[in-house]
Design a protein around this ligand. Structure first.
Ligand code: NAD
Ligand code: AHE
Ligand code: ZN
Length: 369
């Protein structure tokens, strides 16, 4: 069949809206009609050629929601008509990682997913007879897409696609970093670096679990007002700090924070986040995705003296099990999504979403089909 999609033909070039060919689902796969998709900074990072796994031509997008329109042979967990969220972190419930109970990083299809391929080693998308690669196993910048059923979370039907799609990455990542990865306890002090589409969700996760001081750090002064809407108690703009930012934050949090989170992707900030942790027990969680070739560093003494460096992918959420619960939290009013969707655009205008993000003007842009 044909489907309308925004194709990234080359790095650093605008996406092009074209009709591509899409093969139907094979055994164990489903076809989804994407109704809405968020544009995450990770899409921009890949389009900008900063992802060591970036492949072109490809159909980006990994924060979608839609409806199952066709199922391949042997599919049992979802049916036509189900409302679903595509998962870049699948959950097969059979691999060593899933069975360990220690991680959400299912390995069943990771090797082919990283090469832009379906598990059988082929692409389902093509344009003028040439393959178009999948992205993060999702390719939600296409009106229709195909995924393995292990990479599809069934959600309640009363959740609006336009907001539920954000649970496919940003909301789950930010809230899950607090609840699953850091396991922040009530009364803890925390610092969040980067108050964008992910960082604001870290803030609301911290508020939800009853954190005490919730400090937000961002270079964009407009993010202070945003942070305060989602539970931030203190704002620090590094440009306004006289002297060393880490010393300032350590003093503000009486010796350092119990938990810090990097939601910038900047390796210098990741170091600041680690060093702003409390001696003896502070934990720093890396959420941000750094450019190819970048490395983190600190004095080993920082770890010898009890600070802990951790990372999180998709907020530690087990795709099929936890994503529907995050949607429930939203529908039950435990967390907010609507105010963070600052812009809604048709697919034809998807390139504006990247401009708005780079200009610091949007929190999340959602593209509808
Ligand atoms: P965003 O562009 O919406 O927000 C980034 C924020 O960081 C902005 O407010 C910006 O002003 C701020 N910032 C940039 N440099 C800064 C600095 N030096 N100091 C303080 N603040 C700074 O991006 P987003 O969608 O929120 O994504 C944030 C990061 O998280 C990206 O690196 C993205 O790729 C990554 N990410 C990771 C996961 C995961 O599973 N680990 C999931 C989603 C996104
Ligand atoms: N491909 C990059 C790394 C990109 C990355 O870390 N992706 C996160 C999700 S970001 C969502 O917005 C992730 O889930 N990583 C775990 C995984 O298995 O990809 C690189 O550096 O090669
Ligand atoms: Zn994302």
């Amino acid at each position: 069949m044909k489907t309308r999609a925004a194709v990234a033909f080359e790095a650093k070039k605008p996406l092009e809206i074209v009709e591509v060919d899409l093969e139907g689902p094979k055994a164990g796969e489903v076809m989804i009609e994407i109704k809405a998709t968020g544009v995450c900074h990770t899409d921009a990072y890949t389009l900008d050629g900063l992802d060591s796994e970036g492949i072109f031509p490809s159909i980006l997008g990994h924060e979608g929601a839609g409806v199952v329109v066709e199922v391949g042979p042997g599919v049992t967990s979802v049916s036509v008509g189900d409302h679903v969220i595509p998962l870049y972190t699948p959950e097969c419930r059979q691999c060593k990682s899933c069975l360990s109970g220690k991680t959400n990083l299912c390995t069943a299809i990771r090797a082919t997913q990283g090469k832009g391929l379906m598990p059988d080693g082929a692409t389902r998308f093509s344009y003028k007879g040439q393959p178009i690669y999948h992205y993060m196993g999702c390719s939600t910048f296409s009106n229709y897409t195909v995924l393995p059923e292990i990479a599809v979370a069934k959600i309640r039907r009363d959740a609006p696609f336009k907001t539920a799609c954000y649970c496919g990455c940003g909301v789950t990542t930010g809230v899950g970093a607090v609840t699953n990865t850091a396991k922040v306890e009530p009364g803890a002090n925390a610092i969040v670096f980067g108050l964008g589409g992910i960082g604001l969700n870290v803030l609301q996760g911290l508020k939800m679990v009853g954190a005490n001081m919730i400090v937000g750090v961002d270079l964009n002064p407009a993010r202070e007002e945003w942070g305060r809407k989602f539970g931030m108690t203190h704002f620090v703009n590094p440009n306004d700090v006289q002297g060393d930012l880490v010393q300032h934050l350590v003093a503000l949090t009486d010796g350092g924070a119990d938990y810090t989170f990097d939601a910038t992707g900047n390796t210098g900030v990741m170091r600041q986040a680690l060093e702003a942790c409390h001696r003896g027990w502070g934990e720093s969680i890396i959420i941000g995705v750094a450019e190819a070739g970048k490395e983190i560093s600190t004095r080993p003494f920082q770890l010898v003296t009890g600070r802990v460096w951790k990372g999180t992918a998709f907020g530690g959420a087990r795709g099929r099990t936890d994503t529907p619960k995050i949607v429930d939290w939203y529908m039950d009013g435990k967390i907010q999504i609507d105010p963070m969707i600052t812009h809604v655009l048709p697919l034809e205008e998807i390139n504006k979403a990247f401009d708005l993000m780079h200009a610091g003007e949007s929190i999340r842009t959602v593209v509808t089909f």
